[in-house]
Design a protein around this ligand. Structure first.
Ligand SMILES: [Zn+2]
Length: 320
């Protein structure tokens, strides 16, 4: 059998993008398993959620959005620090770039390495990479919660850190009046989870409980389709939890028995593949996911920084 191509380096097929109106002035762009985006209208301004990997990619989304509204972007909200969500920020001409304090620290600490790592893993998302002017720096940060009044009868947008999860600093964007939640990569709806920078135990327990407790009627996850209605929203949350708990069980068993990382990977792959193996980026993510969880079981508190070199070494060890 031929070796699997590294991460998503051989995934070159263009994905269809779909703009959906979730409520009056609330928009989402989904892309068949590629990163999702959002936008929320205030009375005389826009809040955008996520920025894609390059300004050229982001501009295509903005062109779609401009068919619905020409309000200027006051806030660009970054759910977390990953390159494919933030490096397109300059296209928005936003007055303010918002993230959690933790996310800003992570950009300082590992933003450059993450850029190089993600570019190598999934080059297709980096459309015209030379259009990226540099790292994206948040200009407004908060620790737990920030509320943006939208004006008129639009209600408010609540940005909230609900605990460590997909990264150390993920936030969600919640519209209590419209009951719409942009969950970032804390929830995936029929797409595989990337957990290479995650805190698996916090995420599967308290953090997802708090996401679920918001009671959203529509949920836009980091990737995959929009969940509509409480049943689908809860199913997306529980699918995310099941993925994490299955990993915890299989990796934990091998770790406790004194086995190897490769054995943990094989056991986890076998346990997840029947249900999740066909979902976007499953094979891409799993080596990095298992490697990080293995480190957590070994007592490593914060994720080691992924570099392009470390990516290849782990890939060759587990998927090679
Ligand atoms: Zn991410």
């Amino acid at each position: 059998m031929a070796a699997k191509p590294f991460a998503s380096s051989a995934d070159l097929g263009v994905k269809e993008q779909t703009l959906e109106v979730l409520a009056d002035g609330v928009y989402a762009l989904t892309a068949a398993g590629d990163p999702n985006l959002g936008a929320i209208e205030g009375e005389d301004f826009l809040v955008c959620f996520e920025a894609l990997a390059t300004p050229v990619a982001a501009r295509r989304w903005l062109t779609r959005l401009r068919e619905h509204t020409d309000k200027p972007v006051r806030y660009l909200v970054l759910s977390h620090y990953h390159a494919v969500r933030v490096l397109g920020a300059s296209a928005f001409d936003a007055e303010v770039i918002v993230s959690s304090e933790q996310t800003k620290r992570l950009i300082e600490e590992r933003g450059q390495q993450d850029w190089e790592s993600e570019y190598g893993r999934m080059p297709r998302l980096f459309e015209e990479p030379e259009s990226i002017p540099g790292l994206t720096w948040p200009t407004m940060t908060f620790r737990d919660r920030l509320t943006i009044e939208l004006g008129g009868d639009r209600g408010e947008l609540v940005l909230e850190f609900l605990g460590r999860g997909h990264t150390e600093g993920d936030i969600v964007a919640w519209l209590p009046k419209q009951e719409v939640l942009f969950a970032g990569d804390l929830v995936e709806s029929q797409a595989a989870l990337y957990t290479g920078d995650a805190f698996h135990f916090d995420w599967a327990a308290g953090t997802l409980d708090r996401v679920k407790a918001l009671g959203a009627q529509q949920l836009v996850g980091g990737r995959g389709k929009i969940a509509r209605g409480r049943d689908e929203v809860d199913a997306a949350v529980e699918q995310t939890r099941d993925f994490l708990l299955t990993m915890q069980r299989t990796v934990g068993d091998v770790h406790r028995a004194g086995g190897t990382l490769k054995q943990a990977f094989d056991a986890t792959h076998a346990a997840l593949a029947p249900q999740y193996g066909a979902w976007p980026i499953f094979e891409h993510c799993l080596p990095f996911d298992v490697s990080r969880l293995w480190d957590e079981f070994s007592g490593t508190e914060r994720p080691d920084i992924w570099t392009a070199e470390r990516d290849r070494a782990v890939w060759d060890q587990l998927q090679g």
